[in-house]
Design a protein around this ligand. Structure first.
Ligand SMILES: Nc1ncnc2c1ncn2[C@@H]1O[C@H](COP(=O)(O)OP(=O)(O)OP(=O)(O)O)[C@@H](O)[C@H]1O
Length: 168
């Protein structure tokens, strides 16, 4: 089933152009459609709001500080089973375990710590909708139908905007 998910590439990744583009290529190779892309910097209030479910946990303030320490890159990704596919590419949350147990994943290869773990992926369709709205309030979820019957290789990927373009 065609799905959308929210992908965030975290500040360490965005800070390193080579790593950033390497991860974009990996995502393209997995036949994801980049529906929308946006680079932005969160302030600590917005970062705290995004991760509010973790409020009170020992890593919460570290996480909020990290997520607001530099620009992040947000992407609405689409493909069959997008939510699960992007999370499996990322690998498990905890980098210190992942580098041994899932070393071929993005976190396994490039993660720095359990907090600085390269990326974020929505974990359900409800979460994806809420998170897409958080970063892309102007995005019309109904426009997904435009992409549903298209494969990534029927579209042109614009390397400046980091978005696939629909055939005219
Ligand atoms: N034990 C921990 N120590 C340090 N940071 C953590 C820890 N657990 C989670 N985090 C940070 O909080 C983020 C959100 O945690 P969550 O449990 O929702 O993991 P996730 O769903 O794999 O990650 P994300 O929501 O970012 O995709 C993680 O991506 C990581 O940056």
């Amino acid at each position: 089933m065609f799905q959308l998910t929210l992908c965030i590439l975290k500040p360490d990744v965005v800070r390193s152009p080579r790593l950033f583009h390497e991860i974009i290529e990996l995502i393209l190779q997995r036949q994801f459609i980049f529906v929308k892309s946006k680079r932005l910097q969160l302030n600590s209030e917005r970062a705290g709001e995004f991760y509010r479910e973790h409020q009170g946990k020992f890593f919460y303030s570290r996480l909020v500080h990290y997520m607001s320490c530099g620009p992040i890159s947000c992407h609405i990704l689409g493909r069959d089973n997008a939510i699960q596919e992007w999370r499996s590419m990322l690998g498990p949350t905890k980098v210190f375990k992942t580098i041994f147990e899932a070393e071929s994943t993005i976190r396994g290869q490039y993660g720095v710590t359990d907090t600085r773990n390269c990326g974020h992926g929505s974990d359900s369709t409800e979460t994806a909708q809420r998170e897409i709205k958080f970063f892309f309030p102007e995005f019309d979820m109904k426009s997904i139908s435009k992409y549903e019957n298209l494969l990534a290789n029927n579209l042109v990927f614009n390397r400046d905007s980091l978005e696939h373009q629909l055939p005219s």
